[in-house]
Design a protein around this ligand. Structure first.
Ligand code: Z5A
Length: 251
């Protein structure tokens, strides 16, 4: 049976270098002759994407649940094409995906974090799951609309401290680009990551990364080339194709 394409998602906080690294990875794969497609969510060009864009620029107001469902719909719009591409051997690289959807929406229901406990990349510094699950915009509620979407083989989380992110130009003008919101988002990403088996950056033998979603944290505070090299270490084994069937998120 021919192998399908690999599905690789890059997640991270603001200014962690997602766009830089997904485009570098895309270039590297296409130059080497690997069939590859780059997605970025939200896709602001579609009908739902235009509503999302207007909300993010604070040009319109929407209920927190309505915007959450629009972000999810924006992914579902692309899901059929993504599945076809993966099944016909194209590798997909994706700049943000459903994990951002949960992180940014569930973060709204978190109590204000203390900067000392949440600004470092130390994943053991908080236990956000309790407060998330008792809130009205609960973690489970936020996860539900994306259940059944194509599941990535690998999620690369670009981990960057608040100080480093700020040094890269600070936060922009959009709705979520504020230090307090970014700290809450980090806490929810930490909650999401514990659902998946951890993998070391150096672990890259084919087969070890197949058969279910893997989550890898990469220190995105390093220089761009080193971050790119760490990412390549993780994805190299997958780019020849994946022998296991495409999974579905949380199903
Ligand atoms: N959102 C949501 O609420 N729900 C959802 O379901 C989804 C998203 C999918 C979309 O923003 C917003 O929507 C986002 C989450 C929310 N809100 N926030 N915050 P977006 O996708 O349009 O923008 P972004 O993802 O936030 O991009 P970004 O933070 O602006 O940047 P980035 O892609 O992570 O980084 P970059 O553009 O590659 O790099 C930023 C700068 O740092 C740039 O000058 C680079 O040259 C520099 N850089 C990058 N890497 C390095 C290194 N290693 N060293 C030094 N400098 C570097």
């Amino acid at each position: 049976m021919p192998k399908r394409g690999a599905f690789i998602v890059v997640e991270g906080l603001d200014r962690s270098g997602k766009t830089t690294q997904t485009s570098r990875l895309y270039d590297r794969l296409s130059q080497s002759g690997t069939p590859v497609k780059l997605y970025k969510f939200p896709d602001r060009t579609t009908a739902t994407g235009k509503m999302i864009d207007s909300y993010l620029r604070s040009q319109s107001e929407l209920d927190d649940r309505a915007i959450h469902l629009l972000f999810s719909a924006n992914r579902w719009e692309a899901a059929c094409s993504m599945i076809k591409e993966l099944e016909t051997g194209t590798t997909i690289i994706c700049d943000r995906y459903a994990f951002s959807g949960i992180a940014f929406s569930a973060a709204k229901a978190l109590p204000p974090p203390s900067s000392s406990s949440l600004s470092s990349p130390d994943t053991n510094s908080t236990n956000p799951s309790k407060s998330i699950s008792t809130s009205t915009l609960s973690y489970e509620w936020c996860r539900a609309p994306d259940t059944g979407l194509p599941a990535p083989d690998l999620v690369i989380f670009l981990d960057v401290s608040e100080a480093v992110a700020q040094a890269r130009g600070g936060y922009g003008q959009e709705r979520y680009e504020k230090a307090d919101m970014q700290r809450r988002v980090r806490a929810v990403f930490q909650r999401i990551a514990i659902e998946f088996p951890p993998v070391d950056v150096g672990r890259r033998a084919q087969g070890e990364l197949e058969g279910g979603l893997r989550w890898i944290n990469i220190d995105a505070g390093q220089d761009m080339d080193k971050v790119g090299a760490d990412i390549w270490n993780c994805v190299e084994a997958l780019v020849g194709g994946v022998g296991t069937p495409l999974g579905r998120l949380w199903s």
